[in-house]
Design a binder for this molecule. Sequence first.
Ligand code: NAD
Length: 266
Amino acid sequence: MSYFLDEFASRESIVMRLENKIAIITGAGSGMGRAASVLFAKEGAKIAAVDINLESAEETVKQVKAGGGNAFAMRVDVSKSADTTAMVDETIKRFGVPHILYNNAGIEGQGGFLAQLTEEAFDKVIAINLRGVWLGMKAALPHMIKNGGGSIINTASIAGLVANRGSAHYCASKAGVIALTRVAAMEYGRYNIRVNAICPGAIDTPMVERINKASGAPPSSGARTSFFGRVGKPEEIAKTALFLASDDSSFATGAPFIIDGGWTVA
Ligand code: NAD
């Protein structure tokens, strides 16, 4: 009996959930984008690791390759349509039409109470967090349609669902990502394209470190937001992204997946 169980376990462990898939991951040079790049590659996907910071994307590629995966790095500013078009074209040239687009790049922006936010800070957050997600989908969708389908994952935030003091622009951008996700799912489901959003709570990434530093909050302050007394790990979000990227989530579309250690329950 135990022989059969062992046999089953080892067979299970060699099934790669993204075998022969091609994935574009934006913001791949840091935090959750890097964790997803490494995990998706371990599961068999070829990765276009794109980031506005080329060096950091190259470091991600190094980590992917060290794990036996395949990836290339590219400098892309997701708020610029010429860049997002080039991102998709280059991926097609190197690997083929992407099956997965993970629109993860985002910034926290210069914070402040609503009336104190500058127009520049507001516009920058909207341009990267919201327009960037739209531009990524706009560039990839026609190719995914021709290719017979795909899975798009957009990074929203629980800040798109609940209020966060000092981040009106950020909250609005993330609520917008949830809205874009719903409409995209409705419009492109007929082409076998699924579109979902992830709404992380406080996750241990350089972004949260910067936010804590800027506000003078202790590094562990995000832990209070979760029932587990800790912040989330980027790898815990990467596993959710993997579920959404793979056929395991074949009936999920248009949905905001809340992964927040319980933050929004109370
Ligand atoms: P991070 O700062 O560690 O990584 C973000 C990456 O995006 C960086 O590598 C950065 O260079 C890149 N980037 C920034 N502007 C870009 C642009 N214009 N074009 C391309 N790349 C760009 O942050 P993270 O915490 O890993 O955040 C990833 C996503 O998750 C973001 O969309 C963020 O808003 C969201 N999020 C983060 C948290 C959290 O607690 N960390 C919670 C909810 C949502």
